[in-house]
Design a protein around this ligand. Structure first.
Ligand SMILES: [Fe+2]
Ligand SMILES: [Fe+2]
Length: 326
C-alpha cells in the first residue's frame, strides 16, 4: 500500500469570475471616485440578467486598466467581505492622493475624497478602520497648516448629501482651523483633528430611523440618541487612541451648566469643551435636519453666545473659536 501523502496546503481560493444573481454573496456598489483605491480585491460589473462578471482581477488597479485602454463602467461592485477587508487599503490610497490634491489647491476634490473615504470607514465599526484615519488627519495638518484659511474653506464647501461623514469632515476642518489659528503643535492638532473626525462614532450604534428622522425626535428616541457618546467610547477604548480623543468622544455633549449628557458633568476636559462648541456650530450652520433651516455663521455665533452667557459653553473657548472664524 502506498504511504499516505502528506497533507498539502490548500491554495488560496481564487475569486469567482462570475457570480449568479441572487446568490448568497452580497454585492455592494462602490463609489466611482474611490474605484482606483481597490487593488487587492476583484471588482465586478453587473450584466443584463443580474449576473456579476469580474471586471478587475485582484492585484490590478482600475487606473492601470484605463491607462491600458480600458474603460471604467458607471457602476462597479465588490463582494461584501472584500469591501470590509479593503478599508485600510482605501484609506492608505486616499491619504497618498489627498496630499497631491491639496498641494494643487483642489480643495473641492480633496473634500470629496475625504468624505467618500470617511463614509467607507464608518460602514463597519471596527477599531482598525478608525485607526486608519489618523494618517489622513496628519496629512491634513501637514498640508493645511501652511495654507492660511484654506482649511476653513474646506468646511464651507457644500456637499450634495449631508450625512455623518460630511459632518465629521466639517467638524475636523473647523477644529484644525482652530488649532492652526492658536498655534497648536502639529501632533496636538492631529489629535484634535482625529477627535473631531471620530466624535460621533457612537452613532453607528443608533438606528437609521432615529438618525435620519425627518422631524424632531420623540423623548424616547432622544434618550436612545443620548447613548452615542458612551457607545463611541466603547468602540474605540483599548485600541491605542489618546486620552484626548477618548475625552472628546465621551464629553462633546456635556455642558458646563450640568445640563448636557451622558453624565450631566460640569467639569469637562478641554477636548470635550472645544469639540462640543465646534460640533454645535457645525450642526447649527449645516443642512443637518430637513425640518429646520440652517443658520448663517453670524446667527449661529449670536445664538451660541447667548447659550454661553447662560452657562452652557466655556466663554474663553467660545471666544477663541469665534475669533478663528473671522
Ligand atoms: Fe454627538
Ligand atoms: Fe456631532
Amino acid at each position: 500500500m502506498p504511504a499516505a501523502s502528506p497533507p498539502r496546503a490548500m491554495p488560496a481560493a481564487s475569486p469567482p469570475r462570475t457570480i449568479p444573481s441572487g446568490q448568497a454573496v452580497s454585492m455592494l456598489g462602490i463609489k466611482k471616485t474611490l474605484a482606483w483605491c481597490y487593488i487587492s480585491a476583484p471588482l465586478y460589473v453587473q450584466v443584463v440578467g443580474g449576473e456579476y462578471h469580474m471586471f478587475k482581477p485582484p492585484g490590478l488597479s482600475t487606473g492601470q486598466m484605463v491607462k491600458d485602454g480600458g474603460y471604467l463602467p458607471r457602476q462597479l461592485y465588490i463582494r461584501h467581505q472584500d469591501k470590509l477587508d479593503s478599508i485600510p487599503e482605501v484609506q492608505a490610497q486616499v491619504t497618498r492622493h489627498l496630499a497631491k490634491r491639496i498641494a494643487q489647491d483642489d480643495h473641492q476634490q480633496a473634500k470629496q475624497l475625504l468624505v467618500d473615504m470617511v463614509e467607507e470607514s464608518f460602514q463597519e465599526p471596527r477599531a482598525q478602520n478608525f485607526q486608519g484615519l489618523a494618517p489622513t488627519v496628519k496629512v491634513l495638518v501637514q498640508q493645511y497648516s501652511q495654507r492660511g484659511p484654506a482649511i476653513r474653506e474646506l468646511a464651507l464647501l457644500a456637499n450634495k448629501n449631508y450625512g455623518s461623514a460630511v459632518h465629521a469632515v466639517n467638524v475636523a476642518a473647523l477644529t484644525l482651523a482652530y488649532c492652526f489659528k492658536h498655534g497648536f503643535a502639529g501632533e496636538i492638532s492631529a489629535e484634535y483633528g482625529l477627535a473631531a473626525m471620530l466624535h460621533d462614532i457612537g452613532k453607528l450604534a443608533i438606528s437609521d430611523e432615529i438618525l435620519n428622522a425627518p422631524r424632531p425626535l420623540s423623548p424616547r428616541e432622544f434618550e436612545m440618541m443620548k447613548s452615542h457618546p458612551e457607545e463611541g467610547l466603547r468602540l474605540i477604548k483599548g485600541h491605542g487612541f489618546s486620552r484626548l480623543v477618548e475625552e472628546a468622544v465621551l464629553e462633546h455633549h456635556e455642558r458646563l451648566n450640568g445640563q448636557g449628557y451622558p453624565k450631566g458633568k460640569s467639569k469637562i476636559s478641554l477636548a470635550g469643551r472645544v469639540i462640543g462648541i465646534i460640533d454645535s456650530y457645525e450642526a447649527l450652520t449645516s443642512d443637518e435636519r430637513p425640518y429646520r433651516r440652517p443658520l448663517s455663521c453670524l446667527e449661529a455665533i449670536e445664538l451660541m453666545h447667548q447659550e454661553t452667557r447662560e452657562g452652557k459653553f466655556d466663554l474663553a473657548v467660545f471666544k477663541s473659536f469665534a475669533y478663528c472664524l473671522t
